[in-house]
Design a binder for this molecule. Structure first.
Ligand SMILES: Nc1ncnc2c1ncn2[C@@H]1O[C@H](COP(=O)(O)OP(=O)(O)O)[C@@H](O)[C@H]1O
Ligand SMILES: [Mg+2]
Length: 279
């Protein structure tokens, strides 16, 4: 029996029922990026698996944040920024001229290094802020449910359920970052990008966010930039090592399963980096 015959025997994949989680793969193909004439990424390709946590590691300035911003069309906000290549979300190029910017931003959320809740807005309103921005309508009771479920997924509900009207700015740094995660989740993204989300946090808050990420990976594909090798080892199942040597644009030197990248990398530069010999 040939391969085509054998697949004919497999049951058809059922269509997802409403509310069911459909995990998305995101694939970057031949991404080259410039700021003005400065080329900062050169033909970078990477598939980030559905429902996995992929860690992007590498020294400062090698283009990790630029790569992440390209994955949800934030790179184009910089006037001098240019781009070549494709970003496929479940096989469809988010840069295709027929695709809307708002759809890419809705499907692919971002959490930044510095927690950035709206400080004067209440905790509840912070969670719901994305609905307004993306023009998503919801009833009052749907909103209350959404606030609870997103804060629960963000690992913050028990700490704030009695003060949802308190300002976002009244929370600690770690709580603010979890509020930002909850806010991103409210618009039900299929991919969550996190750019060094714990680098401004203490170890306890960091641990809580890592636990939150591991829970979230069941329903959203996660890509995280981190300088913390222990963190990459703890949370990610896949890892990509970026490097820009001596003024050349950033490239991926090596990518693969996280345990292999840490214990048995192919490239000496990966070994040197993950063992703290540079960067
Ligand atoms: N807004 C910008 N304008 C011009 N150059 C930028 C801008 N943002 C980043 N760069 C440059 O792009 C390169 C990659 O930066 P970045 O993506 O921030 O790296 P990383 O996140 O790995 O530290 C660096 O040389 C940096 O100076
Ligand atoms: Mg960065």
């Amino acid at each position: 029996m040939n391969a085509a015959d054998s697949t004919a025997l497999l049951p058809a994949v059922p269509a997802p029922t409403p509310g069911e989680v459909r995990l998305a793969e995101i694939e970057a193909r031949d991404i080259t990026a410039w700021f003005g004439t400065h080329k900062v990424l050169d033909r970078v390709s990477l598939t980030m698996d559905a429902g996995a946590i992929t860690a992007l590691i590498g020294p400062s300035g090698c283009g990790k944040s630029t790569f992440l911003r390209i994955l949800n069309r934030m790179h184009e906000l910089v006037p001098s920024a240019q781009l070549a290549g494709e970003v496929l979300l479940d096989g469809e190029d988010i840069y295709d001229p027929s695709k809307r910017l708002i759809d890419a931003r809705r499907a692919i959320g971002m959490v930044f290094q510095k927690p950035n809740p709206f400080p004067a807005m209440s905790i509840r309103e912070n969670v719901l802020a994305g609905l307004k921005l993306t023009g998503t309508k919801a009833s009052r009771s749907d909103k209350e449910q959404l606030v609870e479920s997103c804060l629960t997924k963000g690992g913050l509900w028990n700490e704030v359920k009695d003060r949802l009207d308190a300002p976002g700015g009244s929370l600690s740094g770690g709580q603010q970052q979890r509020l930002c995660i909850a806010r991103s989740l409210a618009i039900k993204p299929r991919v969550l990008l996190m750019d060094e989300p714990c680098s401004a946090l203490d170890p306890t808050s960091t641990r809580v966010i890592e636990e939150t990420m591991l829970e979230l990976a069941h329903e959203v594909t996660i890509v995280i930039v981190t300088h913390n090798m222990q963190q990459a080892a703890r949370v990610s199942s896949k890892c990509a090592f970026f490097l820009a040597s001596q003024g050349t644009p950033g490239v991926i030197v090596e990518h693969g399963d996280t345990p292999t990248m840490f214990q048995n990398p192919r490239d000496q530069r990966t070994s040197d980096y993950v063992n703290g010999r540079f960067g």
